[in-house]
Write a protein that binds this ligand. Sequence first.
Ligand code: SAM
Length: 225
Amino acid sequence: MKITAISIFPEYFSPLELSLIGKARSQSLIVFKSINLRDFTTDNHHSVDDTPYGGGAGMVMMAEPWGQAIDSILEKDGEIDLIILTPAGSKFNQKKAEQLSGAKHLVFACGRYEGIDARVGDYYRDRKSVRVHEISIGDYVVNGGEVAALVIIEAVTRLIPGVIGNPASLDEESHNEIGALEYPTFTKPATWRDLNVPEVLLSGNHGEIQKWRQEEAKRRSELGQ
Ligand code: SAM
């Protein structure tokens, strides 16, 4: 999978050199690139923002640098999934992660300031070669789309075959079905600060262990914790 992040802080993505994603990149399962939106400006100050029409506080990111940056990607790659990060988008979840994990090239538009001129999404929504997804990572506001892109990149790329060492660990995970949470997990020692691991997990009885896990998963899911 190719992933491109467009941002005024392209260095924000250095964590993607680490851990499983770093390994997947070294194996070319993921090809990641971050590009600087300011490289697509034409003025001496490399401006990317201007005052909002209609007035109000803050600055809005201008459409043209975004248009130039996205077009430069489309010139090389005919088809993309364009993800515009915005608190006004549809809420990200595991189902969306699964859907995006089948994409060939994900392009993340990481907003700053008061966000990106709304015409950017409208313009590319009308292009056949672009699937536009306006996505929020939750009902809160962060300073920029970069951290939101990192969340989505982690959730999506771990579903790509070969990225997680043991694919079986994906089978019973939380959120595989809407609202479903995984059972609680424990490791050695069996007693830690007077707290014991549930007896059944030490019993070696796989049927009973499975039953206990299903019940615990159900209980947790019902509580939503
Ligand atoms: N004025 C905007 C509003 O109230 O909806 C918030 C702008 S926020 C300070 C700047 C950028 O951070 C946004 O353009 C978006 O890219 C990103 N962002 C902030 N919160 C987000 C969220 N919950 N989900 C996705 N992106 C978010």
